[in-house]
Design a protein around this ligand. Structure first.
Ligand code: BGC
Length: 350
């Protein structure tokens, strides 16, 4: 059995990798390049060790072809329609890196930065920090972001984002981790069962911009409210998900410990083949679910060649887009304030 603790690997580039091994011998691998998760090894129902997170071997591979695998994305995850918003009466223009819109904070952004990092061996946690300058990709205010990841002895990945700025700005980060509970990027997640604590999803236009309008999920391919979960195959055949869901954030959840911390169950993903279950708890109001709908990807991961629908993201965050140019007030960060968001991904057997 591997010993509990953290191994720090200084590569011959600026990249530092951390391997966190918990008391069960289950391992999480992190990188300071984009404050990423690059691997998560757990034992399945047969006792076989599986890496359930898509990652690439090193920083050079991410730089060559980056699809945000496991990366922290921000300042504002998701899309800013038209690449502008209004704040305190001022029109702010942000970098357009996807047609007319800003995606995941412009380019390059959090995902391509080398973050400072500090490990806490006892807590099994790593704190990544990044300073971004006022004006970077158009966003106002100097910003300090921290991404604190903890790997617990009962297989919970606790994720905390903190932001502080010296002027008013917007802050809505998340992690763009792709899961595949079969442990293979060359197998679609079609046989996974998904439950979402979401009765509504945000309507999006053809550029995937949401204007704040909500649709009920009932009787649609966005309905994942069955507590047993629904197989993803039909939804994938119909085009898959690239969808912001509005979370219930109600007390319906049975996990009292997490509920008392105001973290509510947002999603559950299960794979019968490996017997693995992933549960997401969050204090955020939305989850963007993306089933990697790219028709012909060409990317090697550490768990095989990525295929269409070879992974699924559960991007917990505040409702991302602007409504009539005004950002969702919950993402406005003012000088002197600290914004904190928390998500916990728990791995267990079905
Ligand atoms: C978005 C997708 C986008 C992907 C990029 C997701 O968060 O919802 O539309 O293609 O990020 O990797």
């Amino acid at each position: 059995m591997l010993q509990r603790g953290i191994r720090r690997i200084q590569t011959d580039t600026a990249e530092v990798r951390y391997i966190l091994t918990n008391a069960r011998g289950h391992r999480m691998e992190l990188s300071n390049f984009g404050a990423r998760i690059t691997a998560l090894w757990v034992n399945d129902a047969q006792g076989v060790s599986r890496n359930i997170v898509l990652g690439q071997p090193d920083m050079a591979a991410y730089i060559k072809h980056d699809i945000y695998l496991g990366a922290t994305i921000g300042r504002v995850a998701g899309r800013i329609g038209g690449g502008y918003f209004f704040m305190d009466g001022n029109r702010i223009e942000t970098m357009k890196n996807e047609g007319n819109n800003t995606l995941h904070g412009g380019l390059p952004a959090f995902e391509s930065a080398v973050w400072e990092s500090e490990a806490d061996e006892e807590q099994l946690s790593v704190c990544f920090s990044l300073r971004t300058q006022a004006g970077e990709n158009g966003f106002p205010a100097n910003l300090v972001t921290q991404a604190i990841y903890t790997w617990t002895d009962d297989d919970r990945w606790m994720m905390e984002y903190r932001g502080r700025a010296d002027d008013t700005t917007v802050f809505n980060p998340t992690n763009h981790v792709y899961f595949n509970l079969s442990g293979r990027a060359d197998q679609p997640v079609a046989d996974h069962r998904l439950y979402l604590a979401a009765d509504q999803h945000f309507a999006v236009d053809k550029e995937l911009i949401a204007d704040g309008e909500l649709n009920a999920v009932v009787n649609s391919r966005y309905d994942f409210t069955d507590p047993q979960g629904s197989k993803l195959n039909r939804c994938l055949q119909a085009g898959g998900l690239d969808t912001p869901f509005c979370l219930r954030t109600s007390a319906a959840d049975t996990n009292e410990a997490l509920q008392s911390e105001k973290l509510y169950e947002a999603a559950r993903l299960e794979c019968e083949q490996t017997g693995l279950r992933l549960t997401a708890h969050t204090d955020q109001s939305a989850v963007i679910v993306y089933t990697f709908n790219h028709p012909n990807p060409t990317l090697e991961t550490k768990v095989g060649t990525l295929i269409k629908h070879g992974g699924i993201t559960l991007e917990t965050q505040q409702f991302p887009n602007t409504v009539a140019g005004e950002p969702n007030p919950t993402i406005v960060l003012r000088a002197g304030e600290e914004k904190i968001s928390r998500t916990v991904f728990s791995i267990s057997l079905i």
